[in-house]
Write a protein that binds this ligand. Sequence first.
Ligand SMILES: Cc1ncc(C[n+]2csc(CCOP(=O)(O)OP(=O)(O)O)c2C)c(N)n1
Ligand SMILES: [Mg+2]
Length: 381
Amino acid sequence: MPRTLLEPRFQIEYLSILDSEGTLDTALEPDISPDDLRRLYRAMVLGRRLDERMVRLQRQGRIGTFAPIKGQEAAQMGSVFALRPSDWMVPSFRETAAMLWRGWPIEKLLLFFAGRLEGAQPAPEQRDLPITIPVATQLPHAVGLAYAAQYRGDDVVVMVYCGDGATSEGDFHEAMNFAGVWHVPAVFVVQNNQWAISVPLKKQTHSATLAQKALAYGFPGMQVDGNDLLAVCAASREAVERARRGEGPTLIECMTYRLGVHTTADDPTRYRSDEEVRAWERKDPLPRVRAYLEKKNLLEAGIEERVDEEIAGAVERFEAMAEADPLAIFDHVYAERPPHLEAQRAELTERLRADAPRRVDEERPLPTPMRGQRKTSRWAN
Ligand SMILES: Cc1ncc(C[n+]2csc(CCOP(=O)(O)OP(=O)(O)O)c2C)c(N)n1
Ligand SMILES: [Mg+2]
């Protein structure tokens, strides 16, 4: 019997519209209103400035471990912009800019990274899931949401985010498989920032692209310049519209770069070169959009100052909130606390009592160690 070719060779598209030299492909330029362009740029600036501020707050002991987004603002804004408020957005742990766009107040994000439960609670009307720390577990959840929407006949698209590292997890493949089989209205946005902590992309996969993984599951995948707001926006609109028309899921691989640390607990100089970082700094998404707006005469003066004021107000509100009860770490995991946790809770209660004899009682929560550090901080902002 001769060997027969069952599938033609596949092709993966790469989309770039506004490159790092500022060259614009006007034939592909998406139609975005001047107002929306201004809002998008402002959101990118807010994402960047809040990021820098949150790293400082962590260094000062005022919040806990934080995962910065610096460099990934276009990948987030270009994609989330394609959603309606009635659609679902499912983040991983590095989508601060996308979450702000979806209406998460800054102080809530600060609460999350200060380890507070309130930071993980979306507003009742909000169609967002909270930040997910375990890598890739949000992907099957998102497909479940999309399946439910399809089952109920709701006009809803689900956009879910993950990183390049997440594509090696079983959850990624299970989610992709179900999305393909059920033909659900889901858009997978993979922010390929080239690193999963210290693991480079080349050790993550032997595939030429992450986009092509979608093809094995029976739906389209494409690669875009993730530092190009216009390309991400055009690809995301296309994918969201496909999903809304009932034509199933899409995977968008955004080629981007994490310019900062993996988290505030990481030192990237131990595993990547300065040269590599400098090369990606030249592809920074922010100056590109800024120059684009400038050419269109849409750049507003004083954005940075206004954004900083907004952030400062939120930090003040966050710090004025009631102090956390350290014993809350034992809540919300089990409906009925198992004996070993009961014992640990009793032990912690005892230790706290010994540390601060006059302050312990169930009604008056103790200061967290973090708040304690803040009081001794010498820093002004
Ligand atoms: C299931 C699981 N394994 C390991 C970790 C530790 N961890 C946190 S982030 C991360 C790397 C994720 O890389 P990637 O998916 O590329 O996302 P990025 O951090 O680059 O945004 C790892 C291994 C975790 N949070 N969850
Ligand atoms: Mg990564």
